[in-house]
Design a protein around this ligand. Structure first.
Ligand SMILES: *Cc1c(COP(=O)(O)O)cnc(C)c1O
Length: 372
């Protein structure tokens, strides 16, 4: 019998979230961003839920191969383009579209022997200052690419730094709009936050939007907005079971460092989940958790293989508990109660993205295809 910790990927929730994004941007084509192994869900496990997208966008060539192996014949985009010249051979062979963000990538293309010209997405650094050509150098890059026989259609792309925050996207739209005003080609700008928050007032229409996190049921702008508030459903549940129950007397302490001390008599549960499963050690007393669907909290420090939870709320509500009781670390409990991954992430000073990407390999991950 394996340890009872389990991650479950919900196909129907992926489909639901995809439909939710379509509602926001009905006229755009939609890249499902599946980098980082589909944000930790596993490309193969997420595929059924996301195959209604218009294409798959990712970083890793091995991940692109996996998408093709699943039988996907539609567009696949490498968001960072190629890393070395021979990657272009794989692009030709697998018909991958790729970002071009620097001169070195144009040099590689110019030297590449291919029968079929490549579709490329020319990336502008419009203010985020990670990848891309600055506005002043963008046109020269476009002209150079446009003259290459290895290049087919050129699309224009940039990435927003603040779509989830107060600064917003206008400062980058301005820069991008000015530098590309008379260039032909499709545009790709919006990530999840831009898609949800700015689609209606966007000054530049995105022909291809690039949602990631929203597909996986996490709010890009938590806590200003919640996933439920955006109409999203959790696509990953991390669940486990109670291994034991302790009855504390007032003054008793729990766990390493005795970081929690009971003020009064209370039952606590010991659950099979620890930081070696990818549950953040920075979570501490107060982090929300569901036991038998009842919302309660962690008490004491997260250990490598165990966490301890307050069973007082179950006792008060008259909900039975004991060895084997269901514990939901995030996602959906058996009877449907939801604990947003964003709430747990916040307790660890991080974001839902990081938690879903960090589920450890020792955690068995399965697909719940019901309802899809
Ligand atoms: C990761 C990524 C996205 C998706 O971002 P989300 O915030 O998850 O929606 C979009 N575009 C690029 C270039 C990315 O790297």
């Amino acid at each position: 019998m394996p340890r009872p910790i389990l991650a479950t990927v919900h196909t129907a929730a992926l489909q639901h979230n995809l439909a939710r994004v379509r509602q926001s941007v009905p006229d755009a084509r939609l890249w499902a961003v599946v980098k980082a192994n589909a944000y930790g869900h596993g490309i193969e496990r997420a595929f059924e839920g996301l195959r209604g997208a218009d294409g798959f966008a990712l970083l890793d060539l091995a991940e692109a191969e996996r998408v093709r192996r699943l039988g996907w014949r539609g567009p696949v985009l490498l968001l960072e383009g190629v890393f070395e010249a021979r990657d272009l051979e794989l692009c030709s062979r697998l018909d991958l579209w790729h970002a071009v963000h620097c001169d070195e990538q144009i040099d590689m293309l110019a030297a590449h022997k291919t029968q079929v010209p490549h579709r490329v997405f020319l990336k502008m650094n419009s203010g985020m200052n990670r990848l891309g050509f600055t506005p002043g150098r963008y046109r020269a890059a476009w002209t150079r690419l446009n003259a290459l026989p290895q290049v087919d259609e050129i699309s224009l792309m940039t990435h927003f730094s603040d779509a989830d925050g107060p600064r917003g996207i206008a400062y980058q739209e301005e820069v991008f709009g000015q530098a590309t005003a008379d260039l032909p080609g499709e545009r790709s700008l919006a990530n999840s936050a831009a898609t949800l928050r700015h689609a209606s007032q966007a000054r530049i229409k995105s022909d291809w939007v690039r949602p990631g996190i929203v597909l996986y049921g996490s709010a890009p702008d938590f806590p200003e907005q919640t996933a439920a508030g955006w109409g999203l459903q959790p696509t990953m549940t991390l669940s486990t079971r109670l291994l034991g129950v302790q009855h504390l007397a007032a003054g008793d302490t729990v766990g390493y460092g005795s970081r929690f001390q009971a003020e009064q008599a209370m039952p606590i549960g010991v659950a099979a989940c620890g930081y070696a499963d990818g549950y953040p050690r920075l979570c501490d007393t107060g982090t929300p958790v569901l036991v038998n669907g009842v919302r309660t909290r962690l008490v004491g420090r997260v250990s490598m293989d165990m966490v301890t939870v307050d069973l007082g709320p179950l006792e008060k509500a008259g909900v039975p508990f004991g060895f084997g009781s269901e514990v939901t670390l995030w996602g959906r409990a058996a009877k449907g109660e939801v604990l947003a991954i964003d709430e747990v992430a916040r307790c660890a000073g991080t974001v839902g993205y990081e938690l879903m990407c960090a589920v450890a390999p020792r955690v068995n991950m399965v697909v719940d295809g019901s309802g899809s």
